[in-house]
Design a protein around this ligand. Structure first.
Ligand SMILES: NC(=O)c1ccc[n+]([C@@H]2O[C@H](COP(=O)([O-])OP(=O)(O)OC[C@H]3O[C@@H](n4cnc5c(N)ncnc54)[C@H](OP(=O)(O)O)[C@@H]3O)[C@@H](O)[C@H]2O)c1
Length: 286
């Protein structure tokens, strides 16, 4: 079923459990596109709920039981170290009889739940909240601008219909890729927009220290990091060719890159990567 067909069958209510950074980014992205999902947020902080309601015109529900009762799909968006508690609450909570009759009966059958928690595997989700059928998704906060990238992973017995409705939802805010769960941590470490922002800050700081004003330093650094990469992604030229073109042998760029490599650029990235993977393993063990 496409999003349109799903919606024709009755607008689905998506309930976010946790109204923090990633939920805000997704809601902002969804505000940019036409869709007919009903969006609701549950969080333990009333002030966050008030703010989300004001910014994104979503409905909010401070009571977990009622939030579950009113949902077609749950999106678990609490931090990994808060997941165990949330899973326990989900497993124990019984939908409050606000939704009654046939709709409640339909919802009683193992609802679809999507976890955004980094490093928390499907086996943990199923173990502690077995009354839901779990998928995982790793959306990017850049979805806020409609330029997201979301990886999704499903248990092997997940229906095509559930796979499709999960992907269709995240496709509203950017590209979606389905990958095996075993690759999820590597994807999570790699895809983070923090790499770009981090590199931008470091390059701009060096540029400023070499005499550029802040504005020009940021403009030049953003061009260096973003514009060529966007053009590469949209075109057909090989990455190696573009590196050759931009860094003339014996020239300034070549000398800059060689000095960065010699002082451990590659090693630095590798170390960062393994620290990220290690953190994902720690999250999985909690
Ligand atoms: N941020 C990203 O870019 C990003 C990207 C992809 C995936 N993720 C994943 O998304 C999840 C959320 O990340 P985030 O950055 O959005 O975290 P966040 O900003 O801390 O938001 C989580 C929210 O959930 C609330 N919460 C925690 N436990 C709760 C519970 N039992 N019941 C109700 N509300 C509860 C938190 O309240 P308190 O503040 O009181 O704890 C907070 O308001 C994480 O697992 C992360 O791995 C994040």
């Amino acid at each position: 079923m496409t999003v349109r067909e799903n919606l024709a069958a009755g607008a689905q209510t998506i309930v976010f459990l946790g109204g923090g950074r990633i939920t805000s980014a997704i809601l902002a992205g969804l505000k940019l596109v036409k869709h007919e999902y009903k969006l609701r947020v549950h969080d333990r902080n009333p002030e966050k709920l008030r703010q989300l309601k004001r910014l994104y015109a979503v409905s909010v529900e401070p009571n977990l039981g009622r939030a579950i009762a009113e949902s077609d799909v749950l999106v678990a968006a609490v931090r990994p170290d808060a997941m165990r508690e949330l899973l326990g609450n989900l497993q124990e909570s019984r939908p409050i009889a606000a939704a009654t009759g046939a709709k409640e009966l339909r919802r009683a059958a193992r609802p679809l739940a999507i976890s955004l928690a980094a490093g928390v595997p499907l086996r943990t989700l199923g173990k502690y909240a077995s009354r839901f059928r779990w998928a995982r998704a790793m959306p990017s906060p850049v979805g806020r601008f409609g330029r997201g990238l979301t990886a999704v992973a499903f248990p092997h017995d997940f229906s095509q219909k559930d796979r499709k409705s999960t992907k269709d939802f995240f496709a509203l805010i950017g590209t979606v890729v389905e990958i095996p769960e075993a690759k999820f941590d590597a994807f999570t470490v790699t895809y983070s927009s923090s790499h770009g922002y981090h590199a931008l800050a470091a390059l701009a700081d060096s540029a400023q220290a070499s005499g550029l004003d802040r504005k020009t330093a940021l403009l030049a650094s953003a061009h260096a990091l973003a514009d060529g990469i966007i053009a590469w992604r949209e075109g057909k030229v090989q990455l190696e060719e573009l590196i050759q073109e931009a860094a003339t042998p014996g020239g300034i760029a070549a000398a800059t890159l060689a000095a960065m490599d010699a002082s451990g650029y590659g090693e630095s990235v590798r170390r960062g990567f393994s620290a990220g993977l290690q953190r994902a393993r720690e999250n999985a063990a909690k």
